[in-house]
Design a protein. Structure first.
Length: 297
């Protein structure tokens, strides 16, 4: 059992999960607002040996140095790699601090979002149809950049509706081959397909000037990650050509508020993965991580 567990910001746990936390620590503190600045984060952690946080705050090495009692950090958000994490994983590893994160809890909502937006665009629901005449997804050439869990689910959804699916990833996936998805080099993928879905880890940038040249005109680009998958300058140049369009659910995925007014940007300004069901899955996984850690002590 922990001596003191602190959630330094809202972590989206359902009420029953918050009650469950009381079984894991002598004292539990749950903050309902996002801390502003390093000093406030350090103050909130204090002498706690366990910390929970979402994707909003960052636990740097400097902060962790000032909180020597911390032995466990539970990320109530995705953890894919040290480079994309909002916790200094390298520092934690070097100082015996266990960091756990979760994955695959909000992908269903993201898939529903991209299908909804694509159908509305192609058919002209509430807007001008992309090609003038309403069109189905059937026969649409779709490219997936990053075939992880969410990318794979989007690929499956597109296939269900009759799209021709290809993908780029670090390596060819045998399961994708069985489904009939073509593995292509990034440049070839961008040239061939009409609609591109970027499904990459946070802070992963693959689209630079050359890639946007290969992407060309009359294309639709979706970004479902937590940060832009592109360099901004060539992205804006591409967006200004022909009738190219970019869809994102959050401002973070787009790259900032200054891009919201662009006429070819469609941004929902809401995280489409944050659904009631996603919070249920998130809560279950966060609690499972804590139980797993405590059972090993």
């Amino acid at each position: 059992m922990f001596k003191k567990l602190v959630a330094i910001e809202p972590v989206s746990l359902i009420s029953s999960a918050e009650e469950e936390l009381k079984k894991f620590a002598e004292e539990v503190l749950m903050y309902e607002d996002v801390p502003v600045g390093e000093a406030e984060i350090v103050r909130r952690i204090g002498d706690a040996d366990a910390v929970l946080l979402s994707y909003t705050s960052i636990l740097t090495a400097s902060i962790l140095e000032q909180c020597p009692a911390v032995t466990y950090i539970g990320m109530c958000c995705s953890l894919y790699s040290p480079e994309s994490a909002n916790v200094d994983i390298r520092y934690a590893e070097a100082h015996g601090i266990t960091v756990t994160g979760i994955r695959d809890y909000g992908d269903e909502g993201v898939v529903e979002y991209v299908v909804s937006e694509l159908v509305r665009l192609l058919h002209g629901f509430g807007q001008k149809a992309w090609e003038g005449m309403p069109r189905e997804i059937t026969g649409l050439k779709v490219g997936i950049v990053g075939l992880g869990k969410s990318g794979g689910m989007i690929a499956d959804a597109m296939k269900f509706f009759g799209a021709e699916v290809s993908y780029f990833a670090r390596s060819e996936k045998s399961a994708a081959t069985v489904k009939g998805y073509s593995f292509l080099a990034l440049g070839e993928l961008l040239e061939k397909n009409e609609v591109i879905f970027c499904c990459l880890n946070k802070n992963t940038v693959l689209l630079h000037k050359e890639e946007f040249v290969r992407l060309g005109n009359h294309k639709v680009l979706f970004n479902t990650g937590l940060s832009p998958a592109w360099d901004e300058a060539p992205f804006l140049q591409w967006l200004g050509q022909s009738d190219n369009l970019c869809f994102c659910d959050t401002v973070g995925a787009l790259g900032g508020n200054h891009l919201l007014s662009h006429p070819r940007v469609r941004c929902m300004e809401v995280s489409t993965g944050r659904t009631r069901q996603a919070f249920d899955r998130l809560s279950e996984k966060v609690l499972a991580n804590i139980r797993g850690y405590l059972n090993k002590l």
